[in-house]
Design a binder for this molecule. Structure first.
Ligand SMILES: Cc1ncc(COP(=O)(O)O)c(C=O)c1O
Length: 382
């Protein structure tokens, strides 16, 4: 068979761009005496890309899951307080939130409406009911690619004095994220999806507005800017925000790869790449829609979705469809995509969904071939 085409970039990107793998090898071969300055330069590059003026506000982590776990553990949520979330969360958000319930924190899911993956009226009502310490939401559903209205969510949550944590795993690389301007209190992301960086590197942005207790800190070393009010009963001071004590050493070889991948994407807006990919996704979706055995999921309007396509084929599981697609030379995602709650909301828990997701700047020639293969798949027993 001809080369398979990889279309599971919402899971992880592949292949690694050459400039990225070259940067990793170069970092691995560099002398350890250079590592601190290399770290500073790469960290500064990540901050520049994400519009973060104070590099102390952007903690490098092993990935988005690690960032989310650290963020959620660091929020001061007493028993009786509430956390709001969406019905589209990856288990990297849902899991740590479930743990909070063991400490007497209520986790309430704000439903979707017919118009939006988060019903903003329901969100406001839930905020108005009081005691909400945190709103933790994904910026996009990783199954369907549907975008959540994060700006409106941030604005509403702040009106009711609740902090906001955004899981940006799916949108980085696709959407311009200027974190100082966004207004979220915390934003978590990873490098290995849209940014096409290696595994093992991600980030947690912590705005000055975030009120944290830094619950997971392993050491009591005082960083700069720790106010006296954080002095504990013993008189010992603890950090008011998570630091490298909490997430461990940074994988600086992956960091070198991340810096190279950001350099590759450049300073220009992400909008052009997103528009190209949306047009590519529109064609693939159209091919699928011609077959009556295929049911497409996600918001109809492609401008309100990432270029992700989620679908089911009648009378087979998503794993069976994905296997047949593999035989047609297409590598796609299937199953529950680590987001069982999304599948509950979509009523697809039994079969899962097939997910096709292109890369930022996937060559047009690959999309053309992928579409031909999809057409053959659809014209067969599909
Ligand atoms: C929405 C979402 N959140 C979190 C994660 C976890 O990311 P990481 O693999 O960087 O830990 C993923 C990865 O699938 C995701 O899609």
């Amino acid at each position: 068979m001809d080369e398979p085409i990889y279309l599971n970039h919402a899971g992880t990107s592949w292949p690694t761009p050459t400039c990225v793998s070259d940067a990793v090898v170069d970092a691995m071969r560099s002398h350890p005496a250079e590592w601190p300055s290399r770290f500073e330069r790469a960290h500064a590059a990540v901050c520049r890309f994400f519009g973060v003026a104070d590099s102390e506000q952007l903690l490098l982590t092993p990935g988005c899951t690690s960032s989310l776990v650290t963020a959620i553990a660091s929020v001061d949520l007493p028993a009786g307080s509430r956390v709001l979330t969406s019905c589209w969360e990856h288990h990297a958000v849902y899991g740590p939130l479930q743990k909070l319930t063991e400490k007497g924190v209520a986790v309430d899911v704000v439903p979707a409406s017919d118009e939006s993956p988060m019903d903003l009226d329901a969100l406001e009502q839930s905020l108005a009911a009081g005691e909400v310490g945190l709103v933790a939401v994904t910026a996009a559903c990783n199954v369907t690619g549907d975008l959540l209205p994060i700006e409106a969510i941030i604005e509403l949550a702040h009106r009711y004095d609740a902090m906001v944590l955004i899981d940006a795993a799916q949108i980085v690389g696709w959407v311009d994220l200027q974190l100082d301007e966004l207004g979220a209190d915390m934003v978590a992301f990873g490098g290995h999806k849209g940014l096409q960086a290696p595994w093992g590197i991600g980030g947690l942005y912590v705005a000055a507005s975030a009120r944290l207790k830094c619950a997971t800190a392993q050491c009591s070393i005082i960083g700069r800017s720790i106010p006296d009010k954080n002095a504990g009963a013993s008189g010992q001071q603890w950090g008011s925000r998570p630091g490298y004590c909490d997430v461990g050493s940074v994988d600086q070889f992956s960091l070198a790869g991340l810096a190279a991948s950001l350099d590759r994407l450049g300073d220009t807006t992400r909008l052009h790449d997103l528009e190209v990919a949306r047009e590519q996704a529109r064609r693939l979706r159209e091919t699928l829609s011609r077959n009556e055995r295929v049911t497409l999921f996600g918001i109809e309007d492609g401008d309100r979705r990432l270029p992700t396509i989620a679908f089911a084929v009648a009378d087979e599981t998503s794993d069976q469809s994905a296997e047949r697609l593999r035989q047609h030379g297409l590598i796609v995602g299937s199953g529950l995509q680590c987001s069982p709650v999304s599948h509950e909301a979509l009523r697809t828990s039994e079969t899962g969904l097939v997910r096709i997701s292109a890369a930022v700047r996937q060559p047009e020639s690959e999309i053309v071939i992928a579409n031909e293969r999809l057409a053959v798949f659809c014209s067969g027993s599909c």
